[in-house]
Design a protein around this ligand. Structure first.
Ligand code: HT7
Ligand code: ZN
Length: 884
């Protein structure tokens, strides 16, 4: 397979100005005719061959300026159609192809999902529809005429405005769509089928009336109200926060059950997998409601960050994805609770992105090369990319960030640009330079920052010495220092923030003030390998609150003592850092107990830790969702990640021990929290209700871990009396921690209740897949044959197989049964859907982190996969890089 490099980027020789598409949809074949207005891509003009991408297409005809080309005027290979000597200047190119959407199980290009037609073109799916320059810097204005049977496909949708529609002979009809905005082909979309819509409207800030439609099969329409609410909130938020208004009169969202990713931002025709649109209190959890809000926002926000300004090439993906994730995080924060959202986002980064950055697939947020671009829709590009965008805001403040965004749109609306263009807009708008900041785009690996502090009583100065180290990653043995913004406050012995007056850094004394007002948090610009910052006028030895709000995506290694950390857990005004102090304490505790466990020493829980969590649990002033987060232990992955050799069994044993010990020692408080957080009010998705349910469910899970009759009874009664899925599913999950009859009965009861709802059944699969009960590999194997499971539906694959691979205990079973299971599934899946198969094979990528026995077993599976016949490039890339 061919590797593509960022350094080889060349502008296209030919531009496509207009694209007129015609689809004749059929059950056995679909005919696609395209008419492209071509012009030279550079001033001199060009007569070099015009190479078009194409996959799985049958070419019916090709014409230039109305004349059919002779067979020696073009060449066709399995991936290209090349026009050998195109005319100089402007010309028309007409191509007709035949495709077979009903056979397309890869879910890219044009495919069928439960009978309806649907497209997915990002990143390189358009080439499965017709021959084209399938690259994001080729931007054109499109029309799309769709023709099909009126009974089978009553709804015909594409991008932009509906220009004409009408009936045709033979029971057919047509629709003609025109998109007035130039776009790359990855934003093209077509949907046709039996769908109905919920309709609403939104009046934009300039008074434009926008019709909003969410399309689903008729029976699901009642479940679209939260999605519609989310869309309207997103439209309002983007106007208020960024001054960005929607630019057409129609915005469509279509729901499809079969979709490779969460959703897709096609211009004015977003496509979503069902889980991210459909919700009702009975069948969806608070987590589902929150995900819908975030993803509806995300796709809508792409209209400006991605569509109006797009990427020059796919290496720049983080330009649109990092920025848009940042925007959706801020949107969800503004509509919910900022600290809790920040904690959730940072936890995600640590659990998924840090491991990627420390493994064989580590890549910068802007990768240098790829074999299949689909493999680079990663937590690094998305989540670390969002952290990089967040650092601009940390440096420039909300108004400076807004100025940068305004300049970015002013300069680049309608263009396909690079990450440097974004950086330049941010810096220019703020008259600033950020030395070493661009390293974040080109260096992989999570920097470790060490901090040591000292207080000088006589001079009343407090000094912080920083050093940074970016670890080697594949292809990047040596790293340069990065620009790291460190938000910091100093906390006095009464727990109050001290005013910060002057600081000595970079050989300069700087006054810290905010228009004469005292300031309590400042952002240090740490940009060298080593640097010292000295605070003056510090009246007593403070406890530093470092990296407030998690101001940079790094690992922090400070010399804070245990008692400093307990102090911050109890007092820090920065709530994020209160949570963080608890997590640092929990991580230290877990690691030391893991060492005890490995040396077969008895395990004992530090009473100070129990007291610290008890105080949090009893607080009446803290947000309830914050309390739930603060009493939740770090996940297994996070702890394994900090060990020289990851030991899933030891970490699991220790986490279970601490959980049970906390449950036993805090039992009364936990019971009180469950009882006092019941509510008979109708379900509502607002922060207070979500926080109440989250705390209640977290406490219930702790209690049930005791596996005692009274708490099991309590969970069963919560399960039976629940009036919403959040509480019903949480009690089921709590019960399913303990193997036995109660668990089996509850799982069966749940399935019987919900077998008609495939989204709930997917949760049921995920719950069992992620379970750490003994012998779970065999259970998951059995579920593969369950009638409700379907390997062609990515959502089900992610729930069952993805869930299984993400839960360390069963997947890393010492006998290798988990690895064998995944190895077989990957090969089966690769024949159906390579994108999904390659996501699953990634679970093997960190095999070197485990003991020798596990290493050998996992490696054998990777070798088996890589030697299989007809392996996709997608799976090949991940498997070969994992073995390298
Ligand atoms: N921009 C969208 C990416 C996407 C995608 C990529 C590869 C394969 C299938 C896909 N479906 C959607 C999603 C987003 O980030 O908004
Ligand atoms: Zn996106």
């Amino acid at each position: 397979p061919k590797e593509i490099f960022l350094k080889d980027y060349k502008k296209p020789d030919y531009l496509f100005d207009t694209v007129d598409l015609e689809f004749q949809l059929g059950d056995e074949k679909t005919i696609v005719a395209s008419k492209i207005g071509v012009s030279p891509g550079n001033e001199v003009g060009t007569t070099s061959p015009l190479a078009l991408h194409g996959r799985d297409l049958k070419l019916l005809s090709v014409k230039v300026n109305g004349t059919e080309l002779k067979s020696d005027e073009y060449t066709v290979d399995p991936r290209h159609l090349t026009i050998l000597t195109p005319p100089a200047g402007v010309f028309n190119l007409e191509i007709v192809t035949e495709i077979y959407p009903q056979l397309n199980t890869s879910l890219e290009g044009l495919y069928r999902s439960t009978g309806n037609f649907c497209t997915q073109c990002e990143a390189e799916g358009f080439r499965k529809i017709t021959y084209f320059q399938d690259r994001p810097d080729v931007m054109a204005k499109y029309t799309c005429r769709i023709e099909g049977d009126k009974t089978l496909y009553p709804v015909l949708l594409s991008n932009g405005n509906l220009i004409k529609q009408g009936d045709l002979e033979g029971g057919k009809h047509y629709a003609l769509w025109e998109d007035p905005f130039k776009k790359p082909c990855y934003l093209f979309a077509l949907v046709a089928g039996q769908l109905e819509c919920r309709e609403d409207s939104f009046v934009t800030c300039s008074g434009r009336n926008v019709t909003l439609r969410i399309w689903t099969p008729a029976q699901d329409l009642p479940k679209t109200s939260h999605a519609m609410y989310s869309l309207k909130e997103a439209m309002k938020w983007d106007e208020e926060v960024f001054g960005l208004e929607y630019d057409l009169h129609l915005f469509n969202i279509v729901v499809v059950p079969d979709f490779n990713m969460g959703a897709m931002e096609n211009k004015s025709l977003n496509v979503f997998q069902s889980r991210l649109v459909l919700a009702s209190p009975e069948a969806a959890t608070d987590g589902d409601y929150a995900a819908i809000l975030g993803v509806i926002g995300h796709e809508y926000f792409h209209n400006w960050t991605g569509n109006r300004v797009t990427c020059r090439d796919w290496f720049q993906l983080t330009l649109k994805e990092g920025l848009t994730v940042f925007r959706d995080q801020e949107f969800s924060s503004d509509l919910g609770c900022r600290t809790v959202k920040r904690i959730a986002d940072v936890s995600k980064l640590r659990s998924y992105q840090f491991p990627q950055d420390a493994g064989p697939m580590a890549h910068p947020i802007r990768p240098h090369s790829y074999i299949k671009m689909d493999n680079f829709y990663t937590v690094t590009v998305y989540e670390k990319g969002a952290e990089v965008v967040r650092m601009y805001k940390t440096m420039f403040g909300a108004s400076g960030f807004r100025k940068g965004m305004d300049l970015y749109f002013q300069r680049h609306d309608g263009q396909a640009v690079t990450c440097e263009d974004f950086y330049a807009a941010m810096c220019d708008a703020n008259n600033a330079q950020l030395p070493n900041f661009l390293q974040w785009y080109s260096q992989a690996g999570t920097p470790t920052v060490k901090v040591s502090s000292s207080y000088d009583e006589s001079s009343k100065t407090f000094s912080l010495k920083f050093s940074q180290d970016v670890p080697p990653t594949p292809g990047q043995p040596l790293k340069e220092p990065m620009f790291i913004p460190v938000a910091i406050g100093l906390v006095d012995s009464t727990g109050k923030d001290m005013p910060l007056t002057t600081i000595y850094s970079d050989g300069m004394l700087k006054t810290l003030s905010n228009d004469g007002q005292p300031i309590f948090t400042t952002v240090l610009q740490f940009k060298k390998k080593e640097e010292e910052f000295v605070f003056n006028n510090v009246s007593e030895r403070p406890v530093p609150s470092l990296l407030r709000g998690y101001s940079a995506p790094i690992r922090l290694d400070s010399d804070l003592t245990e008692s400093d950390l307990y102090f911050l857990l109890a007092n820090d005004s920065d709530e994020f850092n209160r949570w963080e102090a608890g997590q640092v304490l929990a991580r230290k505790l877990m690691l030391s107990l893991v060492a005890d466990f490995q040396q077969q020493k008895p395990l004992a829980l530090n009473p100070k830790f129990v007291d610290g969590l008890r105080a949090i649990l009893r607080s009446t002033s803290l947000d309830k969702e914050f309390i739930a987060k603060a009493i939740t232990l770090p996940g297994l992955g996070e702890i394994m990640d900090m060990m020289p050799v990851a030991d899933p069994d030891a970490v699991h044993a220790v986490r279970t021990f601490i959980k049970k010990e906390l449950a036993s020692q805090l039992k009364d408080d936990l019971l009180a929290a469950v009882t006092s957080n019941r509510s008979s009010e109708a379900y509502a998705f607002n922060h207070d209700s979500v926080a109440r349910r989250t705390l209640k469910n977290t406490c219930l899970a702790y209690l049930v871990s005791l596996n005692e009759p009274d708490v099991t009874e309590l969970a069963l009664s919560e399960y039976n009396s629940a009036t919403n899925m959040t509480e019903q599913f949480a009690s089921l999950a709590a019960l399913s921690q303990n193997p036995g009859q109660v668990r089996d009965d509850a799982l069966l009861d749940f399935y019987n209740k919900w077998q008609h709802d495939y989204l709930v059944v997917s949760k049921w699969f995920a719950l069992q897949a992620t379970s750490d009960i003994p012998g779970n590999v065999a259970n998951v194997q059995k579920l593969l044959a369950h009638p409700a499971f379907d390997m062609r539906n990515p959502n089900k694959v992610y729930s069952l197989i993805g869930g299984f691979c993400g839960s360390p205990v069963s997947f890393h079973a010492k006998d290798g049964s988990g690895y064998k299971f995944l190895g077989e599934v990957v090969l089966q899946l690769d024949k159906i859907n390579p994108q999904v198969a390659s996501r699953m094979v990634s679970a093997f990528s960190r095999w070197r982190r485990y003991d020798e026995t596990r290493q050998a077993l996992a490696k054998a599976q990777l070798e088996m996969i890589i030697s299989a016949n007809g392996l996709s490039e997608n799976v090949y890339e991940i498997a070969s890089k994992s073995l390298a």
